[in-house]
Write a protein that binds this ligand. Sequence first.
Ligand SMILES: [Zn+2]
Length: 479
Amino acid sequence: MHRSALFLAAFVLLPLAGDPGANPKLKAAAVAEVETQATDLIRLADSVWHFAETALRETRSAALLASHAEREGFRVVRGVSGMPTAFTAEFGTGSPIIGIMGEYDALPGLSQTTITSKEARVAGAAGHGCGHNLFGAASLGGAIALKRLIERGQLKGTIRFYGTPAEESVGGKVYMVREGAFKDVDVMLAWHPADRTQADNGSSQAIVDFVVEFRGKTAHAAGDPWNGRSAADAVEAFTHGVNLLREHVRPSVRMHYTVQRAGDVPNVVPDYGRVWMWARDSKSAQLDAVLTRVRDIADGAAKIAGVEGKLTVQAGDYEILVNHEGSRLLDRNLRFLGPISYTEEEQSFAKAIQRTVGIAERGVVGAPQPLKVPAPTEPEGGSTDVGDVSWVVPTLHFSVTTGVWESPWHAWPVVATGGMSIGHKGMLHAAKVMAVTGADLFVDPALRSAIRAEFTEQTKGFAYRPWIPAGPPPLPTTP
Ligand SMILES: [Zn+2]
């Protein structure tokens, strides 16, 4: 009592001194609420790891997490924003509303057992090569810890968990943003499994995902080729044009494509061609100009080949809008929690993986890495639909070690460590970061205003316009 009175007095007199947010006792309570869930959360993460369901097919994974939340006393809404595998789980009432995102989709073809060399658990099946089995379980665990503190009257407000499908394909969050699912939230929290533990103050890349199709006329390639109009010719002209364009885009632009169709046999002039392409840049706004040029190239290619051309945008993500106030808060909490520690067995497991892959045998690193100073100005790595959320509500993002240092990502080592104790430890740690950071945000209106003020400044004059086409999400039509 005496100590908390002192703490309050110091806070009132010197609002800038010390760390804002929850007091250490409340933070310790938040951590304890994750620890008591350890068995449950590991079970959830392992089940989702075994289900290994790909984008928009995460039926069992979503059902498991949603029913777990329901048993915990959350109000669950399933089938959010037209996606059967999207859900929200909410507890508490009134302001503030703190949101936590979880993912659970796997990647095709990455099935792997928990050993230190490449070996599929089920040949040809999917695997959690991005660690989303841990992502979903940890985030839900963090939400449950906060829910229990609300229930006991230690926090006031609403905690809302977002089960967000299809991060690896069309970006379920983009559909949820479009439907306004985040519009009343004060602050969103998200994390990602990684080879290191760090508060993220660097962005991701904006991306637009589209297909270019060409339709021509078949003819005998030797008998009457003059009657044919080749979609394969258009594909060639198009990809050549794209490769010429590379010289005339910003250095930050990345363009990659695959030719999905360009005919079946040489003696038939192909009447259908299809190129699947992604363009990325550091800013979503800069992609419009790239897309305009690519459209012109598609039109030009169609003219060259005398065929019809059509470009269809399928999906796209914004770059993450970094909230630096939020990154500093996460950084303080990573330091408050300290390093994740590993047994000798876990370290030799990690080093054996590194040996197999051919990278430095540094093992697994659980110490929090410092914030990048200065904050990166160019995005790092790939793209994520967390980006879209970050433009409509302040979003705090961090990474936690679930894989070996410098592990190749979207690859078997991530699946291997994600299904054993290294992944479990990272998952529980991430849940704790969520819980203590959530506690900070619930108790400290000044902290929330500082985060909001930065967001408002950054988004001045900005109007969100999703890349996705109008209409419902592209649900799978085959089982
Ligand atoms: Zn991922």
